[in-house]
Design a protein around this ligand. Structure first.
Ligand code: S5P
Length: 257
């Protein structure tokens, strides 16, 4: 937390921009909009736009994707002032991720303010993505998966520590990390990362618990108290009867902690 105090320390333009939005809109809520029809995604982005700092997408699950989709989302991000995070979870060698980031049918680098990557391949993955990012007209940020939320994840302990070490070499590009929704692990990550990085936490629901496939949920209050800067909420919002009302509950729970 302490968004205001930390802004001036960031070398990463995307971290600054994100914290400015959080302060201005008084929300640290990111919507994980894992819907599969573009109309529904655009509708949720428009309705919930005023309540979020970030919209997280999985563009490859959209069944009726057309090349117009990114510009429609971009327009909404300008209208409501939120950032776009493509949850691509890159995980390959530098040369391949460069192609995946820039080419194919999605051209992710053209429109996503933030993408994420696993650290399992080593620093080459950051270097590959960074090379593409630095040639964009707008600043781009990278979130590393230093931890993960599901039960049994291997991204713990030494893996987490080494991921943070890797990130420190690229302060102009690495915005921060995905942190675990397990409070003790998240506290560990915050202690290692210090104040220099943004920590975003998925696996957040108003009622803690899990799903049938190992996802672990903690409450907005618990993850923010453990050091998370951004709460990422998916099913908790878009599967609710009234996503607008529910998003407001998450916004208040996340920001007022
Ligand atoms: O460790 C992780 C990392 C991510 S980015 N655990 C996660 O759950 N995620 C993503 O967050 C996941 O891919 C999904 O898009 C979202 C969580 O969705 P929910 O419906 O469980 O809130």
């Amino acid at each position: 937390m302490d968004y205001r105090g930390r802004i001036s320390k960031f070398q990463n333009p995307l971290s600054k921009k994100l914290f400015e939005i959080i302060l201005e809109k008084e929300t640290n809520l990111a919507l994980s909009c894992d819907e599969t029809k573009s109309e529904r995604i655009l509708e949720l982005a428009d309705t919930l736009g005023p309540k979020i700092c970030l919209l997280k997408l999985h563009v490859d699950i959209i069944e009726d994707y057309t090349p117009d989709f990114p510009s429609q989302i971009k327009e909404l991000s300008r209208k409501h002032n939120f950032l776009i995070f493509e949850d691509r979870k890159f995980a390959d060698i530098g040369n391949t991720v460069m192609l995946q980031y820039q080419k194919g049918i999605y051209h992710i680098a053209d429109w996503a303010d933030i993408v994420n990557a696993h650290t399992v391949p080593g620093p080459g993955i950051i270097e590959g993505l960074r090379e593409i990012a630095m040639n964009q007209s707008e600043p781009r940020g990278l979130i590393l998966l230093a931890q993960m939320t599901p039960e049994g994840t291997l991204a713990t302990g030494e893996y987490t520590r080494k991921s943070v070490e890797m990130a420190r070499k690229y302060p102009d590009f690495v915005t921060g990390f995905i942190g675990s929704s397990k409070v003790s692990e998240l506290e560990e990550l915050r202690a290692i990362a210090g104040d220099d990085f943004v920590i975003m936490t998925p696996g957040v629901k108003l009622a803690a618990g899990g799903d049938a496939m190992g996802q672990r949920y903690s409450t907005p209050q618990d993850v923010v108290q453990a050091g998370s800067d951004v709460i990422i909420v998916g099913r908790g919002i878009y599967e609710s009867d009234n996503p607008e009302k529910t998003a407001e509950e998450y916004r208040l729970a996340g920001y007022q902690t």
